[in-house]
Design a protein around this ligand. Structure first.
Ligand SMILES: *Cc1c(COP(=O)(O)O)cnc(C)c1O
Length: 246
């Protein structure tokens, strides 16, 4: 008990929490009448050390999300040299400054927080030619919060029409973080709005681009079952796996 502070990074504890989250995802899929495996789990490892990520990777998790560029680049490099962690898929989910696009383009598989064309153009131009296109989501400010990143719902289709023309990026769908503290009905309404926007987006794009829109990234530790009920195909979960962030 002297080491209670280390408990969150205990590999057995992390593996149990990962299993519990996966079981809750499977249950939510079933309750929503959706096929098992239709929701992908992204484990959000921001602020947690490489050892914690390695433990979760060894327990079978492959996709991780990070919000801070330098922290992420260091962690991605460390994980590559840690045995038993397998090839991992990395998602960038944080705000993007234009002077930080290059490391994102070079080190990530997905970027979920694209909210302006200038950033998309830089990411596309800086994506190394020997890597698969960077899989991209447009972040939507779904609750209309003044202080939050993300495009307004009315701007999604226009931005998407420009992004699909960029080689080096592949537009896959939408991401949103509803305003914190909403009651369950408000959360559910926000997730429903994102799903409706995705449908409108498909209608606004040409056939091949529309067919590529298959991802709705919504739902975090506190609300992912609601998001799955509203059609999430990707949930981003940190706290329920890694514990509280400092
Ligand atoms: C931190 C973060 C998460 C994870 O939140 P938890 O409540 O810890 O599950 C999900 N999405 C984004 C964009 C984040 O920044």
């Amino acid at each position: 008990m002297c080491n209670a502070k280390l408990e969150p990074y205990d590999p057995a504890t992390l593996a149990l929490r990962l299993d519990a989250v996966c079981a809750r995802i499977r249950t939510a899929e079933r309750v929503a009448g959706r096929p098992p495996g239709s929701v992908a789990l992204i484990a959000i490892s921001k602020t947690f050390p490489p050892e914690a990520v390695a433990a979760v990777a060894r327990a079978g998790q492959r996709a991780f999300g990070e919000s801070y560029v330098q922290e992420a680049v260091d962690k991605i490099a460390r994980l590559r040299s840690m045995p038993g962690t397998g090839p991992l898929q990395w998602h960038f989910i944080g705000p993007i400054q234009s002077n930080k696009t290059r490391p994102i383009a070079e080190h990530f598989d997905w970027v979920q927080s694209v909210d302006r064309i200038r950033i998309a153009q830089r990411l596309a131009a800086q994506r190394p030619a020997d890597r698969a296109p960077l899989q991209a989501l447009i972040e939507v400010n779904i609750s209309g919060e003044a202080s939050k990143g993300g495009v307004a719902p009315s701007e999604v289709a226009g931005l998407a029409q420009e992004i699909v023309r960029l080689p080096g990026l592949r537009l896959r769908g939408l991401m949103a973080i509803p305003a914190p503290g909403l009651p369950p009905a408000g959360q559910r309404a926000a997730f429903g709005r994102l799903r409706a926007l995705q449908k409108e987006l498909r209608a606004a794009l040409d056939g091949p681009s529309a067919a590529g829109i298959d991802t709705l990234s919504m739902g975090m530790s506190g609300d992912f079952e609601t998001a799955i009920a509203e059609g999430a195909t990707m949930v981003r979960i940190g706290t329920a796996i890694f514990g509280e962030r400092a």
